[in-house]
Design a protein around this ligand. Structure first.
Ligand code: AKG
Ligand code: FE2
Length: 269
């Protein structure tokens, strides 16, 4: 590890550009030995434009502003918006939103379907089919896309922290974030990941869903600026943030992948 331009860089925590996602990538990300794997041009330009046209016909909603004050809009439910202040899963509202999003998505006939394509290609690299995460046998929704116009503050995503008593039928060993960008801003919009995980004693640094930036002081980081069509996987248990896009659109299909205790990959958004 060394200092470079005032930042700490760590060769063992780097962004790797690869033609495909592989099984080894998943294990290296799960173990924290890689910051991110980026597959450039995962989708071609025509598919990105087609996806943008199709999704412009779908209703988007502002993400729960109490939880995420960063002005993010999205299509489809994301599990963390269905956690009550007491920490319970708001099942009825979630399943209703998931059913609605599935019907709207099917009716929009987005072809090729970027989410289906992503699940199929990651499954091929992983070596067996990715299955949906389930709660009491019911499959969670993973077809979410979001528009991040002003960035996202430093945070981490870990379902095992959000629901310490467990929520899924499966036990998770690691959680990865998958993003597939179909439109990016001219300026800004880089993703940064720090080699810093959340520790329970960090609660004083918590500010809603985000964490205070002192938490990452002195920790190595790695960044990449996605282009339209690029896809990336990173370990969402590490602190990460999205740079301001100055109001421009930055649209990505996004879901989580869980590596289960029995070495399966499951997906949800
Ligand atoms: O849009 C990105 O680059 C990352 C967004 C994010 O916070 C996530 O996928 O967990
Ligand atoms: Fe995140």
């Amino acid at each position: 590890m060394g200092r470079k331009d005032g930042r700490y860089v760590d060769d063992a925590f780097a962004v790797q550009r690869e033609p495909v996602f592989t099984r080894d990538h998943v294990f290296a990300l799960a173990a924290g030995n890689l910051a991110a794997v980026v597959v450039p041009s995962f989708l071609d330009a025509g598919t990105c434009i087609g996806a943008m046209e199709a999704i412009s016909r779908l209703p988007v909603k502002d993400v729960n502003a109490k939880r995420v004050p960063d002005r993010v809009t999205r299509f489809g439910p994301s599990l963390h918006d269905y956690r009550s202040v007491r920490g319970d899963f708001e099942a009825d509202a979630y399943w209703e939103a998931a059913d609605t999003a599935r019907s709207l998505w099917a009716a929009a006939r987005v072809s090729p379907d970027p989410v289906r394509l992503a699940i199929d290609r990651i499954s091929a690299g992983w070596g067996s089919p990715i299955k949906p995460a389930t709660i009491n046998g019911r499959s969670l929704f993973s077809g979410m896309f979001r528009d991040v116009n002003f960035g996202i503050r430093i945070h981490f995503d870990e379902i095992t922290q959000e629901y310490p008593r467990g929520l899924f039928d499966q036990e998770l060993a690691a959680q990865l974030s998958f993003n597939l960008w179909v439109q990016v801003p001219r300026v800004g919009g880089a993703t940064t990941i720090w080699r810093r995980r959340w520790h329970p004693q960090d609660y004083q640094f918590r500010d809603g869903y985000a964490v205070h930036s002192t938490i990452i002081d002195g920790f190595p980081d790695a960044s990449f600026k996605p282009r339209a069509g690029d896809a990336a996987l990173f370990n969402s248990g590490y602190m990460h943030a999205v740079e301001d896009c100055h109001g421009d659109r930055r649209v990505a299909f996004s879901f989580f992948l869980g590596l289960t205790e029995s070495n399966e990959l499951i997906a949800w958004a």
